[in-house]
Write a protein that binds this ligand. Structure first.
Ligand code: NAD
Length: 467
């Protein structure tokens, strides 16, 4: 059972962080670097406890826990500490301004916004709590982290270890559910970084608006896949499967559904389905339901939700379909022969489900994608540059990824985030740091240019006008 933070402690925590910020404790670069390295140490020294917590909450195989959450956090904490002095260095603008302003020392300072709140979801509960925290630390902002109560073991581990490694006057974990988060949202924060679904995002945005608090919203949506029928089906199927198997499809960038044009290649869908079936069999020769190499669905409610999408679908299950309510496991399940109004093509399925719809052409796939909300990612399997460019130029999404899935998360230098219903704001390393900083500008106007400035004072004579 997860210990929730007492409601009346929440305003006191907030007040404590405000005091720390006003004392400027969190501002020194050396102090921030130390906290970042402490966070790396926390992960390194307790990696087993975190891997176990992920396994208890999600049945997460150790290899996935390290590859997707633990190792990237250590790497990003260390790299943030290393590159922070460069990020935070004042940006001098002498070279960009006109000649007559060069002596004014025009400068941009990246300055901490203040006391910030991070609200995380359950699906990647560790990295999605701590990655925003890394940015807050780097930016010099004291922070509260509110992990998801739906992943209680990870939430408990964060509450246990963060106070042992980070400065308690600057960083706090608040655990709880709606009541606790509602209390947090009554308070004035200087930035809120929320990761989760679009419905709750609207509650967060409404609460933030009362205080004019800026937001980062990392949301989800249906990330579609377009398969060019001329691509290598075996490799494409394997790579789509990779995006679906991680955390049993409970991943914001998981491929949600597939469009495959078949007017010129009538057997393209059949070939893809066969290749996908083969790839699944290779991953779990003993079957996925009893395999330790496959996560379970987070809880009964989500299990029922995904199962009911399958039950209501008018399509045909062509791969997988079996599930085990006791272990909350569901095989990777592909549904074919569906229309746009099928249950499997409505909300984000956020599970091990992958519908495949035949369309006539690439243009039709693009039309269907544009008729929906802008996705977080659009996946395109095609080596044809004309096809790649056509799809990129005629659609919108947070990212467009050619010829693989999910691997884009490994490119730390690219900003990650959505557009429209998939959210706004960007993260990872420098971009998270930027989210918690504001650009404070400065000029220092020398007295020596007073003669040049005389024109601005009345009386506005012709002589001054001609200067
Ligand atoms: P969730 O249910 O854990 O909710 C997220 C957070 O919101 C939790 O901390 C929870 O306590 C809080 N919350 C819940 N109800 C609330 C309320 N009424 N008022 C205030 N706070 C409340 O997680 P979820 O939303 O189910 O997460 C899955 C969604 O997140 C999916 O849509 C997924 O695509 C998206 N997601 C996006 C990203 C990204 O980086 N873009 C990453 C992971 C997940």
């Amino acid at each position: 059972m997860l210990d929730f933070t007492p409601i009346d402690a929440i305003p006191k925590i907030h007040e404590g962080l405000r005091k720390t910020f006003l004392k400027r404790t969190s501002l020194s670069i050396a102090w921030r670097q130390h906290q970042l390295l402490q966070l790396a140490r926390m992960m390194q020294e307790n990696h087993q406890a975190f891997a176990d917590a992920l396994n208890m909450d999600l049945g997460r195989p150790a290899q996935e826990a390290y590859a997707m959450e633990i190792n990237p956090l250590i790497e990003r904490a260390v790299s943030s500490a290393k590159t922070l002095p460069g990020w935070a260095a004042p940006e001098r603008k002498e070279d960009e301004v006109p000649e007559w302003q060069k002596s004014w020392k025009p400068t941009v300072y990246r300055t901490p916004k203040g006391v910030v709140l991070v609200i995380a979801p359950w699906n990647y509960p560790l990295i999605l709590s701590l990655q925003p925290l890394l940015g807050a630390i780097a930016a010099g902002c004291p922070a509260v982290v509110k992990p998801s109560e739906v992943a209680p073991h990870v939430a408990a581990a964060l509450a246990e270890y963060i106070p042992k490694y980070l400065d308690n006057n600057a960083y706090h974990v608040v655990n709880g559910a709606v009541k606790e988060t509602t209390k947090l949202l009554e308070l004035k924060w200087d930035h809120i970084f929320y990761t989760g679904n679009g419905t709750i995002a609207r509650i967060i945005a409404t609460a933030a608006a009362k205080h004019l608090t800026p937001l980062t919203l990392e949301l989800g949506g249906k990330s579609p896949v377009i398969i060019d029928p001329e691509t290598d089906m075996e490799i494409a199927a394997k790579r789509v499967l990779y995006g679906k198997l991680s955390n049993a499809g409970q991943l914001c960038v998981t491929p949600d559904h597939i469009y495959i044009p078949t007017s010129k290649h009538p057997d393209a869908a059949k070939k893809f389905i066969e290749a996908f079936k083969k790839a699944v069999a290779e991953c779990w020769p003993e079957g996925a339901l009893t395999s330790p190499n496959f996560s379970h669905i987070v809880n009964q409610a989500h299990f029922n939700r995904v199962q009911s999408i399958v039950n209501q679908s008018k399509g045909k299950v062509v791969v997988g379909g079996a599930s085990d309510e006791k272990s909350l496991k569901m095989e990777i399940t592909m549904i074919a022969g569906i229309e746009e109004d099928d249950s499997s093509l409505q909300g984000e399925n956020f599970g091990p489900l992958i519908p495949i719809a035949e369309v006539a052409t690439i243009e039709e796939a693009v039309e269907k994608i544009n008729a929906r909300d802008h996705p977080l990612v659009l996946y395109v399997f095609s080596q044809n540059e004309d096809v790649q460019n056509y799809i990129r130029e005629n659609t919108m999404s947070g990212a467009i990824v050619y010829n693989d899935t999910v691997i884009q998360l490994a490119v730390n230098e690219l900003p990650f985030g959505g557009v429209g219903e998939s959210g706004y704001g960007r993260q990872v390393l420098r971009y998270t740091y930027e989210a918690f900083s504001y650009l404070r500008t400065s000029v220092d106007v020398p007295y020596s240019i007073e003669p040049m400035l005389s024109m601005r004072y009345p009386p506005y004579t012709k002589e001054k006008w001609d200067m």
